[in-house]
Design a protein. Structure first.
Lengths: 100, 187
């Protein structure tokens, strides 16, 4: 039968996929996609713990994570548009202005 | 039985779709697979009995956030392939695998599960949406209002950041616009 650890392992796998994306992406828009993947993985873990411990707190925190993700996307895309207007590119290697 | 079949199907599909999101060079493919993976994650929520959370996931993530991303994709003219300089792929895979191992160890570590008591237990015979509403508007009222203010601030900042000079084209330079204007004049 499917237990709590099954869900937690799937959540950990998806989280590490997102982390791998954050580490290897150079385009800012693709970096945003990878952070969304990580947020969704955490939501799965919260919902699973909420189900198996018969507690509603996990679902509450998942709601707040969704609200934070929505506002993050709104502000982040606005900043991306400003960056694109200024530099004409979204590549992190082009945007690096401090060379040591 | 059905739960197990649905769980394995959803998990395999979700992991595959998110791998496409992370690995693909095309923004359109990455965004589409991200949207499909989010639909399947709401399937996880429905299996887990969190009906309201699943519906919110569908509306907010698949509806609102993916629409924002597709608008951004059109702004940035990202239909062509992205050239990325991936310096060390092996290092990234090693780091990702190590962090996955650490996460699995953390989750598999013995926890005092007997010591955990349900703070706000679910009620039998009451729908999930009703339960969520009661807890959200009594115990979590202040965080709920703070989240509402945060969304308002995010909306205003998004409008102010993106709204400047929106009459100018982002991707084409001004000479192209002038050419179009002169072509119109010639006609």
């Amino acid at each position: 039968m499917i237990g709590l650890s099954h869900y937690l392992i799937v959540s950990a796998l998806i989280f590490s996929i997102g982390l791998m994306g954050v580490l290897r992406r150079r385009n800012l828009l693709m970096l945003f996609f990878a952070t969304e993947v990580m947020l969704n993985a955490v939501n799965i873990a919260f919902a699973a713990i909420s189900h198996y411990y018969n507690d509603l707190t996990g679902q509450m925190f998942a709601f707040f994570i969704i609200a934070i993700a929505a506002s993050e996307v709104a502000v982040g895309l606005g900043l991306l548009i400003v960056l694109y207007k200024k530099y004409g590119s979204l590549d992190l290697d082009d945007l690096a202005s401090m060379k040591g | 039985m059905y739960e197990a079949v649905a769980f394995y199907l959803f998990s395999v599909l979700t992991i595959g779709l998110f791998l496409i999101t992370v690995m693909s060079k095309n923004v359109l493919y990455a965004m589409t697979s991200l949207a499909a993976g989010m639909v399947l994650i709401s399937g996880f929520f429905f299996i887990l009995g969190a009906d309201f959370l699943g519906v919110v996931q569908l509306i907010v993530y698949v509806g609102a956030i993916m629409a924002l991303y597709s608008f951004a994709m059109m702004f940035f003219d990202a239909t062509r392939d992205i050239k990325e300089k991936n310096t060390s792929n092996a290092l990234v895979f090693v780091l990702g695998g190590l962090s996955a191992l650490v996460l699995v160890l953390i989750f598999a570590a013995p926890i005092h599960s007997e010591a955990i008591q349900a703070l706000y237990p679910m009620h039998e015979g009451v729908g999930n949406a009703q339960d969520v509403g009661i807890v959200l508007f009594t115990k979590y009222l202040v965080p709920f209002e703070v989240a509402a203010v945060m969304l308002l601030v995010a909306m205003i900042s998004g409008i102010i950041l993106a709204g400047k000079k929106m009459d100018l084209s982002l991707t084409e330079d001004m000479s192209a616009d002038d050419e179009i204007l002169t072509q119109k004049d010639e006609k």
